[in-house]
Ligand binder design. Sequence first.
Ligand SMILES: [Zn+2]
Ligand SMILES: [Zn+2]
Length: 129
Amino acid sequence: MKYSKQREMIFRAVQSMKTHPTADEIYTVLRAKHPNISLGTVYRNLNVLSEMGKIKKIRISSGSDRFDFRVDDHYHMICQACGEVIDIEIPELDPVLKRLESEGFDITELNLNLRGICNKCRRKKEEAI
Ligand SMILES: [Zn+2]
Ligand SMILES: [Zn+2]
């Protein structure tokens, strides 16, 4: 299979998974249909795609990187209990970013992850008490 074809396939897999998958999860999905694909190929292409700005790489300090089909500005809440990554918008942050840019800082990357317990897990915990 051609290199560009593989990249396109990996790109489409990320687009179809709305769950902020890890490289391993993407690999598992692809391997079902394409048994010849290697984990290394998936990793490499995910990194190329995120450098190209076609997908977003979310670096997670406590675990594997996640990949996001959304490339517009948004942030993430990560549940420590179930591992779910939830998209959040913080429009209140826009003026702050604009001010920093006007003060001369050219922002090229913005990663903001909040760690905590999601609503679902919090409720489960409360019910267990
Ligand atoms: Zn949770
Ligand atoms: Zn996201």
